[in-house]
Design a protein around this ligand. Structure first.
Ligand SMILES: C[S@@+](CC[C@H](N)C(=O)[O-])C[C@H]1O[C@@H](n2cnc3c(N)ncnc32)[C@H](O)[C@@H]1O
Length: 158
């Protein structure tokens, strides 16, 4: 794939790149997810899901074990805010797969207030792509433990 194709795929206009199934399965073994709040009928990872038309930002995620791979455009901060707020609810955890950009407002405002932070070792291959993403990823978990600082670890891409 040439550089311009990669640029288009990962631009803010394209928000449908699916989590690699094996990577999702690895996390699912621990979290047994019950809600995918950022999905379409074609790419939903859970039986319960919300689509763009539903607009998940205005839905209640309470009581769920949530797996969130949001659109990676400029609005990503809104998704982290929502994940943080929902993760404070009783019996609710929100696991987010997002680009690892430690210089961003969303990282400092929300990820630093998370309960667990796993930096992905290696690069993920989103969707059916044979190419690795041109950016690193991280897993951020909000589960209301409110321990002050996140526990930090690593997780393999494969
Ligand atoms: C990066 S994809 C994730 C797909 C799939 N859930 C996965 O993890 O493989 C993000 C999905 O969120 C959907 N989406 C965009 N805006 C949304 C919104 N406001 N509410 C719910 N879903 C939305 C997109 O249509 C897209 O299917």
């Amino acid at each position: 794939m040439d550089k311009s194709a990669l640029k288009t795929i990962f631009s803010s206009k394209v928000d449908t790149w699916a989590t690699p199934q094996a990577f999702f399965d690895k996390l699912n073994q621990t979290y047994t997810f019950t809600l995918d709040p950022c999905a379409s009928a074609k790419n939903a990872k859970c039986a319960s899901y919300y689509t763009k038309e539903d607009n998940s930002l205005y839905k209640d995620w309470g009581g769920h074990s949530v797996f969130m791979n949001p659109p990676y455009g400029r609005g990503i901060g809104e998704w982290l805010k929502k994940a943080y707020e929902e993760g404070q609810k009783e019996n609710t955890s929100v696991v987010c797969l997002i680009p690892s950009r430690t210089d961003t407002k969303y990282f400092h405002n929300y990820c630093m207030k998370s309960d667990l932070l796993y930096f992905v070792k290696g690069r993920l291959k989103f969707g059916d792509s044979k190419n690795s993403a041109p950016f690193p990823s991280m897993i951020v978990v909000f589960n209301g433990a409110n321990s002050g600082m996140p526990f930090v670890g690593t997780i393999g891409a494969a």
